[in-house]
Design a binder for this molecule. Structure first.
Ligand code: FAD
Length: 453
């Protein structure tokens, strides 16, 4: 008996229910990844994520080879490729992780139909991509399909009994005659960010262990410290599933300190956004709550924001970090998103698209719903809150180190003076190759509050 383990956003061998179950019911398994034309057509394949994906696939292949197997890669429409493989191998079972996006949900339906016609069983596994399966935390009989407010969600989420962590399989037997395409190479991907991190399960596990040993205890106090860079940086690994979020929660809980608890709460935020998207796939594009915004479309301002040339140093620093690393600190994401959607009053979809073109952790659930949260069209309970970039800079980069790191034009300005280059005396100001603020904050604030009905 042959089974197919179809990998999607779960590129690992540790705590991997899809692979474990496929192995359990079969003599041989085909670990399959499809470079999906559907995902490519949807434009969801930015260079940074393609490069990181190549690392993750190489890592997965290596881990399978250590166990006597290998990864089989195919290219095409995912459902056609799985069906073709089932015909080739006579596989009787296909295992896959449950996804949350509209695309993943349609993929599952199409797979179910195609495989039923072939007499092959499809098993969809929960708690692979998220810690708690979307919907599992909703009280039965409550007449709703998701939570819109985080705190009650968190209470329910914390009460869910988690499954135990699964060990990596010892041996994986893959039929020798099954052919695959060559794996993509990271080096072949053009236009990646120069400071892009390396992917793969080994790197993910190393980072988690180091984080739990050295970083997490200070997380509660330091997670908003922009120059301190005191967050886990696990997001790209979690996005590609090179790390199990459930394993991260179990291991963090063993630390039992305030930092670990705060870190687990962030993983609950991740699940929170996933359960919103699972229940409302349309909110990847549509407003979760329509506020009747009359968004502005000033191309010059939008381009200045993208380029990190708004004249607000902390905004520009964060945008340049994004371009350089394909990653941005959460505090940076919050303040640049507020700046675009509330100060410039530009549609969140424009910002979300730009983020997705660069973020190595770019994720439909987390990105779109955090953007909506920041824009006040999403689940935020204070939709008209505006983050003032100056106040944010003084609070989260009090000595200006973050700005000096990312905006070299301002590197000569000492301390917090770096946040207000417009206060410099004429000749000193003139010497800087740095723009004046593109907008007056007080006017922008009044514009936003009066434009939003
Ligand atoms: P840590 O602070 O160490 O947190 C641990 C993990 O918790 C993260 O890796 C992430 O998986 C999860 N997490 C933390 N904060 C959030 C959050 N607010 N929402 C959901 N999950 C969270 N995160 C993404 O993974 N992909 C995105 O595309 C993405 N886009 C964002 C866009 C905007 C406008 C904003 C405000 C936030 C976005 N986030 C996104 C959430 C958050 O900024 C990142 O997850 C975080 O910065 C990643 O860094 P880290 O791994 O060091 O996080």
């Amino acid at each position: 008996r042959i089974a197919v383990a179809l990998f999607t956003s779960d590129l690992r061998v540790h705590d991997q229910p899809v692979l474990r179950s496929a192995l359990h019911g079969a003599d041989e398994v085909v670990p399959l990844f499809v470079l999906d034309d559907g995902v490519r057509r949807a434009g969801f394949t930015a260079p940074n994520r393609r490069a990181f994906l190549a690392d993750c696939l190489a890592g997965l292949d290596a881990a399978l080879r250590e166990r006597g197997g290998r990864l089989v890669l195919r290219t095409g429409e995912v459902v056609d490729e799985v069906a073709r493989l089932v015909t080739e191998t006579g596989a009787t079972a296909v295992h896959v992780a449950g996804g949350v996006s509209g695309y993943a949900q349609r993929r599952e339906e199409r797979l179910r139909k195609a495989l039923a016609a072939q007499g092959c069983e499809l098993t969809v596994h929960d708690a692979v991509i998220t810690v708690v399966p979307p919907g599992a935390e909703v009280p039965s009989g409550a007449g709703r399909d998701h939570f819109a407010v985080f705190t009650p969600y968190l209470r329910r989420w914390e009460a869910v009994k988690l499954r135990t962590v699964l060990g990596a399989p010892r041996a994986v037997r893959v039929p020798e005659w099954v052919a695959g395409d060559p794996l993509p190479s990271r080096d072949a991907v053009a236009d990646t960010s120069p400071g892009l991190a390396r992917g793969g399960e080994k790197a993910a596990r190393k980072r988690l262990s180091a984080w739990l040993a050295d970083g997490v205890s200070g997380y509660e106090d330091r997670h908003d410290d922009l120059p301190g860079d005191a967050t886990s940086r696990l997001s790209p690994f979690l996005h590609f599933g090179a790390l199990s979020p459930l394993e991260a929660v179990h291991r963090a809980r063993r630390k039992a300190d305030a930092g670990a608890e705060a870190f687990v709460r962030q993983l609950a935020w991740r699940d929170f956004h996933h359960q919103v998207l699972a229940a409302r796939p349309a909110v990847a594009r549509a407003d979760y709550r329509d506020r009747h915004d009359r968004w502005r479309t000033d191309t010059r301002e939008i381009e200045a924001w993208k380029a990190g040339r708004t004249g607000f140093p902390v905004v520009d620093a964060a945008m340049r970090q994004l371009a350089h690393e394909g990653w941005m600190h959460n505090r940076g994401r919050l303040l640049v998103a507020s700046f675009l959607t509330k100060t410039l009053y530009v549609d969140w979809r424009i910002g979300a698209r730009h983020f997705l073109s660069l973020l190595v952790d770019g994720d439909l659930a987390n990105n779109q719903l955090n953007w909506q949260w920041a824009a006040g069209t999403g689940t935020d309970t204070r939709p008209n809150r505006i983050l003032n970039p100056l106040a944010q800079a003084k609070r989260f980069d009090p000595h200006g180190d973050y700005v000096r790191r990312w905006v070299p034009e301002l590197a000569s300005l000492p301390g917090s003076a770096v946040h207000q280059p417009w206060h410099l005396a004429g000749p000193d100001r003139a010497r800087l190759d740095y723009p004046d603020p593109i907008v007056d904050l007080a006017e922008a604030r009044a514009r936003f509050l009066s434009s939003r009905p």
